[in-house]
Design a protein around this ligand. Structure first.
Ligand code: COA
Length: 211
């Protein structure tokens, strides 16, 4: 079971910040995660770890694009700094939400660039939705950059629908945000979809969870 979902702890913050740095053009202030974990009672954060056990393959190799001939190989690249020694439980992705009344607002989600496209983003989103259901939220909502086609495809795959646009929401480049909402979490339709997608994902990868 090489992947494990856990609640984020203070110990995870440096790895989370590194993934954030590699994933977003705007990052949170340095002490934000600590404050979120210690003081924000409405916040829930999770991480996914890679934890090879006996017989599991070693950490996956970096993507082909990242391997470059010497001397270019000496220059840092996104993804370069991730190298989980065998037997460790490196954080390779994270996500979080705020519970506001009956809405769960996804505040952040990212997977290490070297490990994208394996279903881990979907695993994190499914887990956040499950967590929102367990907390009795009725909907999940989020904002996503108009240009972020990968994330939008992920959310659409999970049944999220576009509900509006917040103009110039992102201050680094004045990009608009698309606001998306899930179906009502308590609906049979949503629950069935969630269960079916989890089962489908379980055919692609295996994980354990302490959530
Ligand atoms: C968005 C993100 C979390 C997705 O994680 P991931 O592990 O690469 O995604 P998954 O492998 O779980 O893919 C799930 C779905 O996302 C979509 N997707 C993933 N990679 C894609 C790609 N390169 N092109 C188009 N759609 C893609 C697909 O719908 C995919 O479903 P499929 O596997 O059935 O095709 C990841 O790309 C990331 O960290 N991006 C940077 C941070 C970010 O943009 N976060 C979102 C902020 S709103």
């Amino acid at each position: 079971m090489p992947y494990r979902l856990d609640a984020m702890t203070l110990r995870d913050i440096p790895e989370v910040i590194e993934i954030e740095r590699l994933s977003f053009s705007m990052t949170w202030p340095a002490n934000s995660y600590k404050r979120e974990l210690e003081q924000n009672r409405l916040a829930r954060y999770i991480v996914v770890r890679y934890e090879p056990g006996p017989g599991d393959p070693p950490p996956p190799p970096r993507p082909r694009e990242a391997r470059r001939p010497f001397p270019l190989s000496l220059l840092p690249l996104p993804g370069e700094r991730w190298a989980a020694p065998e037997g460790t439980d490196a954080v390779i992705g994270y996500g979080g939400l705020w519970l506001m009344m009956d809405e769960a607002h996804v505040t952040s989600i990212a997977v290490h660039p070297a490990l994208r496209g394996r279903g881990l983003g979907e695993l994190l989103m499914l887990s956040l939705c499950q967590m929102a259901m367990d907390l009795n939220a009725r909907w999940v909502t989020l904002e996503v950059r108009v240009s972020n086609n990968v994330a939008r495809a992920l959310y659409e795959k999970l049944g999220f629908r576009q509900a509006g646009v917040r103009q110039r929401y992102y201050t680094d480049n004045n990009e608009d945000a698309v606001v998306m909402w899930s179906d009502e979490l308590r609906s049979a339709e949503f629950r069935e979809r969630l269960a079916a997608q989890k089962a489908e994902l379980a055919r692609r990868l295996t994980w354990t969870s302490t959530l």
